[in-house]
Ligand binder design. Structure first.
Ligand code: GDD
Length: 409
């Protein structure tokens, strides 16, 4: 049997995701009409002999309760949220719940970061992992040399795929192969994490009784039960024939900012055309709007037949899109109203916001820069004929004059 764990983190980690994380935990923010965490969860469904899926995080339990029970019913597989009392780090969080995770006596444990967007080739990883015969296999992707330093960089043996060298976010270039934040382990991973924790305790004790402290100042502030998977486990175990790599040639992105969530929403929409075409709006028939490219429209949303939508648009529950409106590359959240002839391009429009007649809400479409898309927080009102370009508007604002390159608090 196999169990899967998705690390969802907690509220302190989501600050780069503001203002969208003011309303909703980042893992529940919708990409292609489904919560971010839905995409790895539904990928887990393809793992043979999967017994359970656990989400581990330090958000309040109630924020995940409804989602977890509805997704369990939908996929007919138990999904549970396990709340840490404080952050333990990516490996420490796993270790904290080892007894529970081992209840099903799994032979393998998948570990997935929730803020990555990819095709999650999990069955293929498991097969490769069994062939390699190590303790863990890491999903790897090739990125441009300029961006590699934002991730864990690694070197693998081209013949055996063994992980030979691992450095987390290095200052000088090591490799354009990076850690995708998706792993499969045998239960031996728990011994490895315990080893790090014990070593920390020993050092702490030693410090107390000697002047050893002066020699070992680096890890002083880390609590003994805080263990990071990358620095504390992958780096020391590289080159010891315990860790292996599996390279994906498919898309892979990390979702730390609203701009990247818009990009990833588009990647998941594109994936729907092969995995779940029924979720894509077809635009057939005279009563529906003109649809171009990949578009998701929630069944409760009302879209006027003269509106033109797409590509990369996802429209959430109860949104109303008026006559002649034009939407390109955007996420429209619940209960938004877009009035006649308004234009929304490269933007995220927050819950209950409204955009007036002939208004434009627009970004340049650079997903990597802070003001590369326009973001309206919850309940923002853009009045008629107002233009909002490359700006971030915090919740509950009314805009009656046009703005450009501004952050409106
Ligand atoms: N439950 C829990 N508790 N989750 C945590 C904790 C914790 O204490 N700390 C981090 N996480 C979750 C985050 O929500 C995220 O999903 C994942 O663990 C990794 O987060 P970080 O440890 O902050 O690392 P990162 O996202 O900057 O980078 C990691 O992932 C990259 C791939 O996206 C590293 O492993 C990189 O090497 C890797 O390239």
């Amino acid at each position: 049997r196999v169990v899967a764990v998705i690390m969802v983190g907690g509220p302190t980690k989501g600050t780069r995701f503001r203002p969208l994380s003011l309303n909703i935990p980042k893992p529940l923010f919708p990409l292609a009409g489904q919560p971010m965490v839905h995409h790895p969860i539904s990928a887990c469904k393809k793992i043979p002999n999967l017994a359970q899926i656990y989400l581990i995080g330090f958000y309040e339990e109630r924020e995940f309760a409804i989602y977890v029970s509805s997704i369990s019913n939908e996929l007919r597989i138990p999904v549970r949220y396990l709340k840490e009392d404080k952050p333990h780090g990516s490996a420490g969080g796993l270790y904290n719940f080892r007894d529970l995770l081992m209840e099903d006596s799994p032979s393998h444990i998948f570990l997935l970061n929730c803020d990555v967007c990819c095709s999650f080739p999990l069955p293929e990883m498991l097969e490769a992992h069994r062939r390699y015969g190590g303790m863990g296999t890491i999903l790897v992707s090739k990125v441009s040399a300029e961006t590699a330093s934002e991730f864990g960089e690694l070197v693998a043996d081209p013949e055996t795929n063994e992980l030979l060298h691992y450095t987390e976010k290095p200052e000088t270039f090591v490799s354009d192969r990076i850690n995708c934040g998706v792993y499969v382990f045998t239960p031996d991973i728990f011994n490895a994490i315990q080893g790090v924790s014990t070593q920390r305790k020993d050092r702490a004790n030693l410090r107390r009784v000697s002047s050893f402290e002066a020699l070992q100042p680096v890890n002083r502030s880390l609590p003994t039960d805080f263990v990071r998977l990358d620095q504390d486990i992958l780096t020391p175990l590289a080159g010891k024939k315990q860790l292996y790599t599996y390279e994906t040639m498919d898309f892979w992105e990390q979702i730390k900012t609203p701009g990247m969530s818009l990009k990833c929403s588009g990647l998941y929409l594109a994936q729907y055309s092969s995995t779940s075409p029924h979720l894509l709006a077809s635009g057939d028939g005279s009563k529906t709007a003109t649809i171009s490219g990949d578009v998701y429209i929630h069944p409760s949303a009302k879209v006027h037949p003269t509106a033109k939508i797409g590509p990369n648009v996802s429209i959430s529950a109860n949104a109303r899109i008026g006559a002649g409106a034009r939407l390109i590359s955007c996420i429209i959240l619940d209960d938004v109203e877009i009035k006649e002839n308004a234009v929304v391009i490269h933007a995220i429009v927050g819950w209950k916001s409204s955009i007036g007649r002939w208004s434009r809400v627009q970004g340049v479409g650079d997903y990597n820069t802070k003001l590369g898309i326009t973001i309206l927080g919850e309940s923002v009102a853009v009045e008629d004929e107002v233009v909002v370009i490359n700006s971030i508007v915090l919740p509950n604002k009314t805009l009656n004059v046009s703005v450009q390159e501004e952050i409106l608090l």
